[in-house]
Design a protein around this ligand. Structure first.
Ligand code: GTB
Length: 212
């Protein structure tokens, strides 16, 4: 059955892999699944056809026959549960990998989003200079224990899993700020993720759309 995802017709990052379709593409590439992409403009994202796929009018979405999904965590989990390569077979290890997926989107990503918003969209506000260090410290409050848990390991819990895919995808958005480099083992962890052939294919595919 053909898998169709949606992505920005023109991503504001120009194809640096920061938009969230990259993590879905990465999961599909890890699972060896071919997919098609429906590109949507910012206007089309808020129109009924896309709102039927995504109640909040966002990208990415995932279609497979009659199944239509939104939310990258749910999409990557769906892919991981139905195809080999992204979740361990052992039931406990599988549950722990899923916990790391939730940790990525529920615990680590929110302060990173706050930080990106403060840095990119609120920089002209009179209170920006006072707020930014507070928000940056909230990111560090999450990275410190994550860095301690990862230690010298390659991945968060044994072999690479969908938990690592989600966590690395969340963390890589911090690189331009310099905060990621304050935690060398996390910077190396993200680099390990980006070095995976599946990530490289996903990155190249989203870049090809935005390079034109
Ligand atoms: N929780 C949802 C998920 O994980 O799927 C969040 C989805 C989401 O925020 N999608 C964004 C979107 O559609 C695109 S990724 N935004 C449009 C809107 O809400 O109207 C966020 C994003 C956008 C742009 C860049 N960039 O260019 O740097 C990076 C990330």
């Amino acid at each position: 059955m053909t898998i169709i995802i949606t992505a920005f017709e023109k991503s504001p990052d120009g194809g640096k892999g920061l938009a969230r379709d990259t993590r879905v593409r990465w999961a599909l590439e890890e699972a060896g699944l071919p997919y098609e992409v429906r590109l949507v403009s910012f206007r089309a994202m808020k129109e009924p056809a896309h709102l039927a796929r995504h109640p909040f009018g966002q990208i990415p979405t995932y279609e497979e026959g009659d199944l239509v999904l939104f939310e990258t965590g749910a999409i990557v989990l769906h892919i991981a549960q139905h195809h080999a390569g992204l979740l361990p077979n052992d039931a406990d290890a599988r549950a722990r990998a899923i916990a790391w997926m939730f940790a990525a989107v529920n615990t680590v990503e929110p302060p990173i989003l706050e930080f990106m918003t403060a840095r990119l969209f609120e920089a002209d506000k009179p209170w920006a200079a006072a707020r930014l260090p507070l928000v940056a410290d909230r990111v560090r409050d999450r990275l410190k224990p994550l860095s301690a848990r990862l230690g010298n390991a390659d991945w968060l819990d044994g072999a690479f899993s969908a938990g690592d895919l989600m966590m690395a995808s969340v963390l890589l958005r911090l690189r331009a700020s310099g905060i990621l480099d304050e935690f060398p083992n996390l910077a190396a962890y993200v680099a390990r993720g980006e070095a995976r052939p599946a990530y490289k294919r996903a990155f190249a595919a989203q870049l090809a759309i935005n390079a034109g």
